[in-house]
Design a protein around this ligand. Structure first.
Ligand SMILES: [Zn+2]
Length: 217
């Protein structure tokens, strides 16, 4: 009976140490421990073991937390990295749009000299000329049908000058002037004019004596 009692007590000991037994059981265990050296020894060993286990599990938990912290930190870094990349892309796009807008809005007039105009063809019907403008450009023209006087002025944005110039050659055949419509052609801006081409005087006289100058009606 004594032996069975010891086994029972030793089975209960962990619960007793954890303090999860009823008061009756507690009393029973304590009474037995006072009279049994073997169970006392087992009690101390078990208690030490359990305390050790608790310490270990606490440590494990701590180190697991540490690992989690590291994981979270690397996640945080990854998020930050993605954020940095996105911000960089956005900044680049904004910069590009700003530069593009500025370069397209900044328009300068190309004067006669810089336009590098040369007549490349002058036959019975038409005059063709080319420009030597670097890059792309645009222009405004006007033609006075009464007198046959045409004006043109060339303009260029920074974008056309410095970016489009990568794709456009310098030599542009610009335009052909129809001799039956145009007698003089000027590069014009703010009243400053330079002649591109002028019909011989007798042709101009002939032109002016034709129906162009006759009063309407
Ligand atoms: Zn015992």
């Amino acid at each position: 009976m004594e032996k069975i009692n010891c086994n029972v007590i030793q089975d209960i000991l962990p619960l007793y140490i954890d303090d999860v037994v009823s008061d009756d059981t507690k009393e029973l265990v304590e009474e037995h421990l006072q009279n049994c050296e073997i169970c006392q020894r087992v009690y101390h060993e078990t208690k030490a073991d359990l305390e050790n286990d608790m310490k270990l599990s606490a440590q494990t938990k701590e180190s697991r937390n540490g690992a989690n912290d590291l994981k979270n930190f690397s996640k945080f870094l990854k998020k930050r990295k993605i954020k940095t990349i996105l911000v960089s892309i956005a900044a680049t796009v904004i910069c590009f749009v700003a530069v593009f807008t500025f370069m397209n809005k900044h328009i300068t007039y190309i004067n006669y000299k810089d336009a590098g105009i040369t007549i490349v063809e002058d036959n019975e019907d038409e005059v063709a000329y080319k420009t030597n403008i670097r890059g792309n450009y645009h222009w405004n023209t006007s033609l006075d049908t009464e007198t046959g006087v045409g004006t043109i002025h060339f303009e260029q944005s920074l974008w056309e000058k410095y970016v489009d110039s990568i794709f456009y050659p310098f030599d542009h055949i610009h335009s052909s002037l129809k001799k039956d419509e145009i007698k003089e052609m000027y590069v014009d801006k703010d009243g400053t004019t330079t002649t591109i081409w002028e019909a011989p005087e007798e042709e101009q006289k002939a032109y002016l004596s034709e129906e162009h100058t006759e009063p309407l009606g």
